[in-house]
Write a protein that binds this ligand. Structure first.
Ligand SMILES: [Zn+2]
Ligand SMILES: [Zn+2]
Length: 305
């Protein structure tokens, strides 16, 4: 039936960076900011591994119709609240093993003995889903005990689990994203997985402001002058700062919730960015914002504590 008014659909296309895109972006910033070389090498390897696994994860058995997706969003729930994708125990363990190698090898902080956690019962194939559940529920005492028992750094352990799960979320999100009508959302958390945004960008072609999820990396649209955490639109309590010699990398501050959000202005930078790499290249801005008394909108995937 035809109804009065305009039924608008807003679709956002999102390009997933390939392994090669990531490699090139990492070397671009290594030249630009040589002091960040160590950190860029570490995360370059992590991101490349993740993008390799996103391709390997079989999401063919997981489907939601466009209608199911948008009905869920209309109710104010993220899509994965309706149905979760399965996580293959074999692949998860594989990523975990590879990640541990990378971190032990490339982390600027000394990270030894992390592989001691691999032989625990909770990481046997039949128990892995329970392990993941504990992580997603934020079962701190479980990870506290595990790190004590094995003598490994808890933050490093959580960091590795986060990065091992991320390709699974990304793989499921990639297939669901094209179904989203973004006019139905506009919230401060991810339409796919419900997590908070960790960084934002102004799209080069039209200046549209996009928030990016800290877990599944989905981008969604928001208003230009609006806090990425509490939705505050009062310009009196919102401000922005950027380095004089690098105006394309900005930080938005909200005095209502005392949160900050980094923003890459692609028009100003004159290039399309890869936000997960931007996050590392702008790590100095986090330090400034925190020193001024603001907290990030989400824990950045690159932070270990
Ligand atoms: Zn998400
Ligand atoms: Zn706010």
């Amino acid at each position: 039936m035809c109804s009065k008014g305009v039924f608008t659909i807003l679709k956002l296309e999102q390009k997933m960076p390939s392994k090669k895109d990531i490699e090139e972006e990492i070397s671009y910033y290594k030249k630009k900011f040589p002091t960040l070389g160590g950190l860029l090498n570490l995360f370059g390897s992590i991101f490349e591994l993740q993008s390799e696994y996103i391709e390997k994860i079989d999401v063919s058995g997981f489907g939601l119709s466009e209608e199911e997706v948008n009905e869920t969003l209309k109710k104010g729930s993220p899509v994965l609240a309706l149905k979760r994708g399965e996580i293959s125990a074999t692949l998860f363990k594989e990523v975990l093993v590879e990640l541990i190698k990378i971190v032990e090898d490339k982390s600027p902080k000394k990270m030894e003995g992390l592989n001691k956690v691999l032989d625990i019962d909770e990481l046997k194939e039949e128990n892995i889903n329970l392990f993941i559940e504990k992580f997603e529920r934020g079962d701190d005492s479980f990870f506290e005990n595990l790190s004590k028992e094995k003598g490994v750094n808890k933050e490093a352990l959580l960091f590795i689990v986060t990065h091992a799960l991320s390709p699974f979320y990304e793989a499921y999100a990639k297939n669901l994203r094209p179904k989203i009508n973004h006019h139905l959302w506009g919230k401060e958390f991810c339409p796919i997985c419900g997590n908070r945004p960790y960084i934002t960008r102004l799209r080069k072609e039209d200046g549209l402001k996009l928030l990016s999820c800290s877990v599944c990396k989905t981008e969604w649209w928001t208003q230009r002058i609006r806090c990425a955490f509490c939705g505050n639109v009062d310009s009196e309590t919102l401000s922005i700062f950027y380095p004089e010699d690098d105006k394309g990398h900005q930080v938005e501050l909200c005095d209502k919730c005392k949160k900050y959000s980094k923003l890459s202005n692609e028009k100003e930078l004159g290039r399309n960015v890869i936000l997960r790499v931007e996050d590392i290249a702008t790590i100095h801005l986090d330090a400034v914002a925190k020193k001024r008394g603001y907290l990030p909108t989400a824990q950045s995937p690159i932070e270990m504590n």
